[in-house]
Structure formats: C-alpha cells, structure tokens
Design a protein around this ligand. Structure first.
Ligand SMILES: [Zn+2]
Length: 93
C-alpha cells in the first residue's frame, strides 16, 4: 500500500456500505452485493456497476423495483427483479 493512503480513517474490514433500497448503512458482510452488467443484474464478480441491498429490502419487490428505477440500462425490470430474487435465495443459504 502506498503511504498516501494512510490518511484513510477506517479499517477496510469494517467498511460500511449503503443499501440502495432503504439508504441505511450496514457493515459490508450484512449486505448482498450486486452489479449491473449490460441489461442484467448479477452477483458482483469484479465487473459492472455494483450496488448493495440489505436483507430486509430483498424481501420487498416494491423496494427493489424502486431502487432499480435509477439504472437506465436495466430495461426489463420484472426480469431484473427475478434475477435479484434468485441471487438472494442463494445468498441466504
Ligand atoms: Zn435496505
């Protein structure tokens, strides 16, 4: 790590991210990280524009659809909702 990064004040293992559904902040392990890839939503794997959902929001279709509305490349929201629900199901196991 270059010393120029030493001014960061938090340890990265405690990094806090915002859920795009409720806009509350959570520790990263409590959130499901997803990414927009072309016109699909996928589990984040290093590429794409990533975003996070908390467990609570993943149970509400209304909340998910509202959060997806701001991603213009997602043109088939019912399909994207299904993709997210599939990933969430795997995640909770
Ligand atoms: Zn949330």
């Amino acid at each position: 790590m270059p010393s120029s990064l030493s001014s960061r004040h938090f340890c990265s293992s405690k990094s806090v991210r915002m859920c795009v559904g409720c806009r509350k902040r959570f520790l990263q392990p409590e959130l499901l990280r997803l990414a927009v890839l072309d016109s699909s939503v996928v589990a984040f794997g290093g590429v794409g524009r990533s975003f996070y959902f908390c467990k609570e929001c993943l149970t509400s279709e209304k909340v998910i659809l509202k959060a997806l509305a701001r991603y213009k490349s997602l043109t088939d929201k019912p399909k994207n909702l299904q993709e997210i629900q599939e990933i969430a199901k795997e995640w909770k196991k």
